[in-house]
Design a binder for this molecule. Structure first.
Ligand code: PLP
Length: 408
């Protein structure tokens, strides 16, 4: 068994990760077995909620991306899961990175990734972060307002721009980003002109159809709208655009990724077939991270009310399970011990550890009888989880150990 387990987020070194290292742990049973052995080999004092990060899954997903979208280079969206092992694996595999802030740029550069492999894909950036990007040579960023052009001119005069256009409605995404970002069609020309006046080259166009899009045909309209912006720039006599950024929104583990890839490939052929020099990139976050992480949380409390059971676990909506509120994650916890055929189940509520009643993980959920010290397992916990947790009530999300599994 070539599995390495490295606990401790705070003091864990970035893992040395070479191309082709990983290949194990392809299924849920293997991950469950690993969780059992982690618990069995840890001391009682160490037994608290932890994540298992399966790097083999990330390698598989990277290869699947390259097969399905050979002309689209993935720039991993660091915000989704900035774990150094995730970043290190993707850097070794050859991905670029989408960073939203100075800290994310620092984390990626620390891995030895060249600045040219980073897109600073936050359409509204603090001045100090932009000045940092200028110092380290991250020279490509997104914008969707005139004030941003003015700020970039002041803080990072050499920066090239991607015009972020609004993704089409109707993607039925888990998180709709179009309410906050992206130019409307009638704003494209004024914003191109604003960049031209400020002396910034608009290198291309970006969009994001929304995170976790379930209607993947929206990519078609988005690619067509991007082409219209390319044409508008050409009509204004601007230098030819050279980058198309198709953003994120991709979901692994179901049919939608393959369908999205087909739509994108088709739309690229139709709308960009005559522009073969355009470099196409994407900003997938969820696609790589979501299914690669499993959470094990320990039952730390129990209340019996007749036939109803209430449990407390040591992770909740202020910790890594914040994804329930922030990312519309639907928890379907399963007992680590499994459920025997015919075993009686109880209508159960599972609470998180803080004193807030909002800190509720599931209600009206059927579970067999559980006891303090038992464990619940949550699948698909890699996207927008530890990245967005808090220290509320003194339960610090960054204290959740992350065990990294890969082959050696
Ligand atoms: N790019 C940008 C600008 C984003 O805001 C996000 C998510 O919020 C992503 C990429 C990643 O999206 P996803 O996780 O859906 O792939």
């Amino acid at each position: 068994q070539a599995v390495l387990v490295a606990p401790g987020v705070k003091d864990r070194k970035v893992l040395a990760f070479k191309r082709g290292d990983a290949s194990l742990l392809k299924d849920k049973d293997a991950v469950t077995g690993l969780i059992r052995s982690i618990i069995a080999t840890s001391s009682p004092a160490q037994r608290s909620a932890f994540h298992v990060l399966d790097l083999a899954r990330i390698v598989d997903l990277y290869r699947a991306w390259r097969r399905a979208l050979p002309d689209v280079r993935p720039y991993y969206a660091v915000k989704c899961n900035p774990d150094p092992a995730v970043l290190g694996a993707l850097a070794a595999l050859g991905a670029g990175f989408d960073c939203a802030s100075r800290a994310e740029i620092e984390a990626v550069l620390a891995l030895g990734v060249p600045a040219r492999d980073i897109v600073y894909a936050n359409p509204c950036k603090p001045e100090a972060h932009l000045e940092y990007a200028a110092r380290v040579g991250v020279n490509l960023t997104t914008y969707d307002s005139e004030a941003e052009v003015d700020k970039i001119r002041r803080c990072h005069p050499a920066c090239e721009l991607l015009l972020r256009i609004k993704g089409p409605d109707g993607g039925e995404a888990r998180v709709d980003l179009g309410t906050k970002y992206g130019t409307h069609a009638d704003e494209v020309v004024p914003l191109l002109l604003a960049a031209q006046r400020a002396g910034h080259r608009v290198a291309g166009v970006s969009f994001h159809v929304g995170s976790g899009a379930s209607r993947v045909d929206v990519y078609r309209g988005a690619v067509a709208a991007a082409r219209a912006a390319f044409d508008a720039a050409a009509e204004l006599g601007m230098p030819p655009m050279r980058v198309l950024d198709v953003g994120g929104g991709f979901v692994a583990g179901g049919p939608t990724f393959g369908e999205a890839a087909e739509v994108i490939n088709d739309a690229l052929a139709r709308h960009f077939g005559d522009l073969p020099c355009v470099e196409v990139i994407g900003e997938p976050g969820r696609y790589f991270a979501e299914t690669a992480v499993t959470l094990a949380a320990r039952v730390i409390g129990k209340r019996v009310r007749g036939e109803v059971r209430e449990y407390w676990i040591d992770d909740g909506v202020y910790g890594s399970l914040n994804c329930i509120l922030m990312d519309h994650y639907v928890p379907r916890p399963r007992p680590l011990a499994g459920t025997r055929p015919g075993e009686k189940t109880y209508t159960s509520t599972v609470f998180g550890p803080t004193c807030d009643s909002l800190d509720t993980v599931v209600t009206g959920y059927e579970l067999p009888e559980m006891n303090v010290g038992d464990w619940l397992v949550f699948d698909d916990m890699g996207a927008y989880t530890t990245a967005a947790g808090s220290k509320f009530n003194g339960f610090d999300t960054s204290d959740i150990n992350i065990y990294v599994a890969y082959s050696s």
